[in-house]
Design a protein around this ligand. Structure first.
Ligand code: SF4
Length: 94
């Protein structure tokens, strides 16, 4: 596991290995490996098997991804809470 990712995500309040933001929402800007972005509910190809971003700290990481931050109301107590809330939000706004 990448210590830099863990440190930064912990600092931001994110749960390392969550990845809900990389699955539930749609992303309309290009992602390396997904030139048209990704639809809601589709796992980003850059999300690794530990639910960590392979592009963290890389200049090719989409700008929108740098705005993913921990929000207690959305993220809840566990990964499943975050996925459910983000999926619902995407349905409400998408
Ligand atoms: S590029 Fe990284 S941070 Fe952005 S959605 Fe994909 S896995 Fe998540």
């Amino acid at each position: 596991m990448n210590a830099l990712i863990q440190t930064d995500q912990a600092h931001a309040g994110c749960r390392p290995g969550c990845g809900a933001c990389c699955i539930a929402p749609s992303i309309t800007t290009p992602i390396p490996g997904m030139p048209n972005g990704k639809p809601a509910g589709v796992r980003c190809v850059q999300l690794d098997e530990n639910n960590l971003c392979r592009l963290f700290g890389d200049t090719t990481r989409p700008a929108v991804c740098t705005r993913f931050t921990f929000d207690a109301a959305l993220c809840g107590d566990k990964r499943e809470d975050a996925l459910a809330a983000l999926t619902e939000l995407e349905g409400a706004t998408g």
